[in-house]
Design a binder for this molecule. Structure first.
Ligand code: AP5
Ligand code: ZN
Length: 216
């Protein structure tokens, strides 16, 4: 299956992506994770992306498009993929369509996680991540077994630099202006699967699973 997961910052894209890739055996491609990995390794790409990310703004389309198009050409992607955090602008969506068409492929579904705006700040500001394995937690909604430590490897959890209340508000504004037009873009293609993302993590996944198992 070739999938995209859409939704505002903190909607639960990364959280749901972990279950989707396990259940549907597809490769998880998160542009946010690719940038954070590059920042950690202090690469040229990381240096370029960091200033945009810290401000809550989008990395320029031409930078992101090239990375994703290259990634889609790798062998492991043949079994199917879940794009998380890409596309984020209509320009990126058009570039994705063109790249897939050139490979004789097309998207199967676009999962759109719908969450009330007032939940987003609480979810992002309370998020904690493991710098070693990348697992995501939440201080209230999804706490680790031992406070502040990753369940998998005991590593001390950290807060993302862009998860401050001020930056999250900027990111939500950027989403509304630049990314939300993609909802109509994919609706027009008959690909959109709207999912209520306000319930518990397992409930949201159940809606995604049953939606994906239905024929379009
Ligand atoms: P990116 O990493 O993609 O961040 P985002 O889209 O802002 O999304 P988040 O990772 O904040 O949220 P999420 O929806 O994955 O939520 P999560 O599952 O963690 O992008 C970061 C930056 O990179 C961008 O600002 C931009 O600068 C740059 N970038 C990336 N891609 C780009 C692109 N294509 N073009 C240009 N620039 C790009 O959940 C959040 C929290 O809520 C967690 O703590 C979780 O435990 C909790 N939670 C999740 N689900 C539930 C639930 N159902 N109930 C209760 N709590 C929940
Ligand atoms: Zn860990």
């Amino acid at each position: 299956m070739r999938l995209v997961i859409l939704g505002p910052p903190g909607a639960g894209k990364g959280t749901q992506a972990a279950s989707i890739v396990d259940t549907f055996d597809v490769v998880h491609i998160s542009t946010g994770d690719i940038f954070r990995e590059n920042i950690k390794n202090d690469t040229e790409l990381g240096k370029k992306a960091k200033s945009y990310m810290d401000r809550g703004e989008l990395v320029p389309d031409e930078v992101v498009n090239e990375i994703v198009v290259d990634r889609l050409k790798k062998d492991d992607v043949q079994k199917g993929f879940l794009l998380d955090g890409f596309p984020r602008t209509v320009n990126q969506a058009v570039a994705l369509d063109a790249a897939l068409e050139a490979m004789g492929q097309k998207l199967d579904r676009v999962i759109n996680i719908v969450v009330d705006k007032n939940l987003l700040v609480e979810r992002t500001v309370g998020r904690r991540v493991c710098p070693k394995c990348g697992r995501t937690y939440h201080v209230v909604n999804q706490p680790p077994k031992v406070e502040g430590k990753c369940d998998a490897d005991g590593e001390t959890l950290i807060q993302r630099d862009d998860d401050t209340e001020e930056t999250v508000k900027t990111r939500i504004g950027v989403y509304e202006k630049q990314t939300s037009p993609l909802i109509d873009y994919y609706k027009a293609q008959g690909l959109l699967l709207d999912v209520d993302g306000s319930g518990a993590i397992e409930e949201v996944f159940e809606s995604i699973r049953s939606g994906l198992e239905q024929e379009v």
